[in-house]
Design a protein around this ligand. Structure first.
Ligand SMILES: [Zn+2]
Length: 205
């Protein structure tokens, strides 16, 4: 994105040096195999699902390297969902006047679950960033619906699902699969790349 000739890098986009290539393995844990990093750390798992590691150096221009427009920073996407932050500027997305949360959604990131509810892995956008996002993001421009949302709940993760290969090596089986927090049988095989939330009280504009 550009503004006044400067590139705007959306808050959720990863920079080159934030990407982490630590290998994952299957390990025997609590009577089943599960995915793990070679040297596990506290915070690698969220509700029993391994989360993709990434650094968060958005405020360290000296270290972060160039942006990678097609790569998501999982840590910042997660924070956007937890705290309802704008995916473009990283500020609070909730409209102070109405208390509702603006949300621009394309078909590819949205699954309807009821007349006024649905699931998405795309964080909200604040009102002042929506025109910028529309102008610059070809996917949004071509096919989007603009909603406001009353509230959200965490639904699960968007993940890569792995099969257990020889020597405990994981083999990627499916990419971008939604795994709900209560779909416990898949948790050990999933590497979470984004948090999915359920939107409630949706109104389209
Ligand atoms: Zn914003």
């Amino acid at each position: 994105m550009t503004e006044g000739g400067y590139t705007i890098v959306p808050y959720t986009i990863a920079y080159a040096n934030e990407l982490v290539a630590d290998p994952i393995y299957f390990e025997w844990h609590a009577h089943e195999y599960r995915l793990t990093y070679g040297k596990p750390r506290r915070g690698d798992w969220v509700n029993g699902i391994l989360r993709a590691r990434v650094r968060d150096w958005r405020n360290r221009p000296d270290r972060r390297g160039p942006e990678r427009m097609r790569k998501l920073n999982t840590a910042r996407q997660w924070r956007c969902m937890d705290r309802l932050l704008c995916q473009v500027c990283g500020g609070p997305a909730t409209d102070r006047e109405t208390g509702r949360i603006p949300w621009a959604l394309t078909k590819t990131v949205f699954e309807r679950t009821g007349p006024d509810s649905g699931r998405t892995n795309a964080p909200p956008s604040c009102l002042s960033c929506i025109p910028k996002a529309m102008e610059q993001c070809p996917m949004l421009r071509d096919d989007f619906t603009f909603y406001t949302v009353a509230s959200t709940t965490s639904a699960g993760v968007l993940s890569d699902l792995y099969d257990h290969g020889i020597c405990d090596r994981p083999i990627l089986a499916k990419h971008n699969v939604f795994v709900a927090w209560d779909a416990v049988r898949y948790h050990a095989y999933a590497l979470a790349v984004a948090q999915v939330v359920e939107l409630h009280g949706m109104k389209s504009l």
